[in-house]
Write a protein that binds this ligand. Structure first.
Ligand code: SAM
Length: 255
C-alpha cells in the first residue's frame, strides 16, 4: 500500500472508464515518443505501455519509483527519470515528443510555463488539470477567466478541453473538479523570439490589477498616447484586450 503524499499532489486515478477515455484521447501510436509526467502508481502508464514500443516517465517520489521499476519487466520498454519535472531538461528524452500527465495540481501552472520554454520538438501535450485552470487556459478575450495564463499559452499553443473529470475518479478525492486538455504547439509562436521577454512583462504589468484600466496598470511603462496609438481604448480592462493588442503594446513599449 502507498500512502498518498499531499506535498507531491498525489491524487491517483481509480476510474477505469475515465482512464480508458484519456488513453483514447491521447491515441498513442506504437512508435510515439511519449513522456509521462508523474506516473504515480501507473494508472496511465500501464495502458500506455500496452500500446507503445517505449515510454519515458518522470517521477519525483522515490517510493513510487521503486514500485514503477516492476513495470520494466518483462518487456523493458519503460525508462524512468527520477527527477523533478519542474527542473527537467526535456532535451534528454527521445523526440519528437508527446507529453502527457495527470499533473500534481500544486505545480501544474509553473510546469506548463516550464514546458512553454521548450516547445521545440513537442508534438502535443495532454494534461489533467484543475477544471478551473483548464477554463483559464481556454478563456477568450472578454471572458471572466481571460488572463496571463490564457495569453501566455495561446500565443504558443492551441488548446482544447477534452473531458470533464469528476472528483470521484481519484483517490484520495480532491476538493475540486478536473478536466483533461490537449495543447498543440502552433507552427510559429505569435510573439517573435526577440520580443518574448517584453511581451511577458507587458502582460504581467497589464494584469497586475485586473479590475483597473489598461492605462492605470501600464502607467509606469507606456503613456496614454501610446496606448491609443496601439488602437486600444486606455479605459478598457485588460480582459477586453486581444492577443494582437498585447503584441501591439509590446512593440510600442520598445520605441
Ligand atoms: N499518474 C498517476 C495517476 O494518474 O494516478 C499519478 C498522478 S498524481 C496527480 C501526480 C504525480 O506526480 C504523483 O505521482 C507525484 O508523486 C508526481 N509528482 C509530484 N511532483 C512532481 C514533480 N515535481 N516532478 C515529477 N513528478 C512529480
Amino acid at each position: 500500500m502507498h500512502r498518498a503524499r499531499k506535498r507531491f499532489g498525489q491524487n491517483f486515478l481509480i476510474d477505469s472508464s475515465i482512464i480508458q477515455s484519456l488513453v483514447t484521447a491521447i491515441a498513442p501510436q506504437p512508435n510515439d515518443n511519449i513522456i509521462e509526467i508523474g506516473p504515480g502508481l501507473g494508472a496511465l502508464t500501464k495502458p500506455l505501455l500496452d500500446k507503445l514500443e517505449h515510454l519515458e516517465v518522470i517521477e519525483l517520489d522515490r517510493d513510487l519509483i521503486n514500485k514503477l521499476e516492476q513495470l520494466k519487466q518483462p518487456t523493458n520498454k519503460l525508462t524512468i527519470h527520477a527527477a523533478d519535472a519542474l527542473k527537467f531538461d526535456f532535451s534528454h528524452t527521445r523526440y519528437p515528443r508527446r507529453i502527457v500527465g495527470n499533473l500534481p495540481y500544486n505545480i501544474s501552472t509553473p510546469l506548463i510555463f516550464h514546458l512553454l520554454e521548450q516547445l521545440d520538438s513537442i508534438v502535443d501535450m495532454h494534461f489533467m488539470l484543475q477544471n478551473e485552470v483548464v477554463n483559464r487556459i481556454c478563456a477568450r478575450t472578454g471572458d471572466r477567466n481571460f488572463g496571463r495564463l490564457s495569453i501566455m499559452v495561446q500565443v504558443k499553443c492551441s488548446s482544447q478541453k477534452l473531458i470533464h473529470v469528476p472528483a470521484e475518479s481519484f483517490s484520495p478525492k480532491p476538493k475540486v473538479e478536473s478536466a483533461f486538455i490537449r495543447l498543440t504547439p502552433l507552427k510559429k509562436s505569435l510573439v517573435p523570439k526577440q520580443l518574448e521577454q517584453h511581451f511577458k512583462h507587458i502582460v504581467q504589468t497589464c494584469f497586475s490589477q485586473p479590475r483597473k484600466t489598461v492605462n492605470n496598470n501600464l502607467k509606469k511603462v507606456l503613456s496614454q498616447n501610446k496606448i491609443i496609438d496601439a488602437g486600444i481604448d486606455p479605459n478598457s480592462r485588460p480582459q477586453q484586450l486581444t492577443l494582437e493588442n498585447f503584441l501591439a503594446l509590446t512593440r510600442l513599449s520598445q520605441i
